[in-house]
Write a protein that binds this ligand. Structure first.
Ligand code: MN3
Length: 206
């Protein structure tokens, strides 16, 4: 069985001016496709014990580095595209908004902490909002293509919001200014998706 690239629900130019068309196209058609191809290739060479990409992530310690890097790249970008949207709406009436405001004091404060952690990451990686097994939400960064679902992650949990902070995600538009990219990303977050991921977790515990 081969994994496939998820369909983009919006056009390459529809996240402008926050993410430019060229970045989107290269990111999806070259980077994401590249991770997927190498992931499928790496899996074809190992005894694959898990059927879903989530289960592979959760048990990543038994797989070789090629599966970790390319499987992470495949999975992380799928989450990222899904939690972006050209029609970002205010999250104020959503459960995740209440949860974030409770945990971080205010929604603005959450954005500040998220941004400053993103800026603190050395090199390439991702910044996440996730929920741990006790139902506690947390912000974390991971290097390269690791993610919080991996059983090798320092802070493990289910990803709710995934933001790519590799330079290829923003360099054409923002050059080296990661902070500008992060502050503009709030205009294109699909909070309904983030909220759904949160509620899926909460409902799974009931
Ligand atoms: Mn990327």
């Amino acid at each position: 069985m081969q994994f496939e690239l998820p369909k983009l629900e919006y056009s390459f130019d529809s996240l402008e001016p926050y993410i430019d068309k060229e970045t989107m196209q290269i990111h999806y058609e070259k980077h994401h496709q590249g991770y997927l191809n190498k992931f499928n290739d790496a899996l074809s060479k190992v005894d694959k014990k898990h059927k879903t990409v989530k289960d592979i992530m959760k048990n990543i310690s038994i797989y070789p580095e090629s599966v970790r890097n390319n499987g992470g790249g495949f999975y992380n970008h799928s989450l990222y595209w899904e939690n972006l949207s050209p029609k970002s709406e205010s999250p104020e009436n959503l459960d995740i908004y209440k949860e974030i405001s409770k945990k971080y004091g205010s929604f603005d404060n959450f954005k500040k902490e998220f941004s400053s952690l993103a800026l603190s990451l050395f090199g390439s990686g991702w910044i996440w909002l996730s929920i741990d097994r006790n139902g506690e939400i947390f912000i974390s960064i991971t290097s390269n293509q690791d993610n919080p679902l991996m059983n090798i992650s320092k802070q493990q949990g289910i990803p709710l919001l995934a933001i790519d902070v590799w330079e290829h995600a923003y360099y054409l538009k923002h050059q080296n200014k990661r902070g500008d990219y992060i502050s503009s990303i709030w205009n294109i977050i699909n909070w309904d998706v983030v909220n759904k991921r949160y509620l899926d977790f909460i409902n799974s515990k009931k």
